[in-house]
Design a protein around this ligand. Structure first.
Ligand SMILES: CC(C)(COP(=O)(O)OP(=O)(O)OC[C@H]1O[C@@H](n2cnc3c(N)ncnc32)[C@H](O)[C@@H]1OP(=O)(O)O)[C@@H](O)C(=O)NCCC(=O)NCCS
Length: 187
């Protein structure tokens, strides 16, 4: 597979799930989403097929979809929303980061954006996940300007810590028990 080359014709477009629902209606959109196959086995297939539309309708999250230039196949998707973050006392963040997170002193909770899902399909080039990550961060930066909040969080498996580290995320705690790791970055 080729890497995504930004100097070439993009070969894809990014469309929001709200837009698809508006123009195609729920049945057609649902049929398109059900064709999505993640390039690695993960829960992200199930989310897009079974949950994304309901969460979009209820204004819980926003999903952005990468479509091939012929509009036929889904190359990947990313879902963003809001989820507050309780910062544990035994975190591994620097004092500088902690100060910038605007943690409420009484509750230990910081308001945060969430990257809830990120996945690319079998048909997509390597690096397409990073394209989607940039799409998500761009939308969140616009939200930061409009409503405030500079923190972005996500939960991920151990194997993906280096990947998200490459996108500026830092581990909040070390989870040695196999549960999801929480990571954060500032925007
Ligand atoms: C995570 C993802 C979006 C990254 O896409 P990308 O930016 O195009 O980058 P790549 O697909 O090349 O993956 C980057 C690296 O992460 C690894 N990786 C990706 N998903 C992984 C997973 N679920 N488990 C373990 N390793 C994974 C890849 O093998 C690759 O490793 P390498 O660089 O040593 O080859 C994409 O790999 C994907 O869709 N993975 C499956 C869905 C998933 O696990 N999403 C994250 C949920 S937290």
């Amino acid at each position: 597979m080729n890497h995504v080359d930004p100097t070439q014709d993009r070969g894809y477009s990014i469309v929001s799930l709200s837009t698809l629902l508006e123009y195609l209606g729920e049945e057609k959109t649902s049929n398109i989403l059900s064709s999505f196959k993640s390039h690695m086995e993960s829960d992200t297939e199930m989310f897009l097929r079974e949950k994304a539309i309901e969460m979009e309708r209820r204004d819980i999250s926003r999903t952005y979809i990468g479509l091939s230039s012929d509009g036929i196949s889904i190359l990947g998707y990313v879902t963003v929303s809001i989820k507050c973050l309780r910062v544990p006392d035994d975190n591994c963040l620097s004092n500088e980061a902690l100060e910038k997170m605007n943690i409420d002193g009484a509750t230990g909770i910081a308001q945060s954006y969430l990257i809830g899902q990120l996945s690319r399909s079998k048909d997509s080039p390597r690096g397409f996940g990073s394209v989607l990550m940039e799409v998500a961060l761009r939308h969140l930066t616009v939200s930061k300007s409009a409503v405030g909040c500079r923190l972005v969080r996500l939960d991920c498996y151990e194997e993906l810590i280096p990947y998200y580290g490459g996108h500026g995320f830092r581990p909040i705690t070390r989870n040695d028990d196999g549960t999801l790791n929480q990571m954060m970055r500032l925007i």
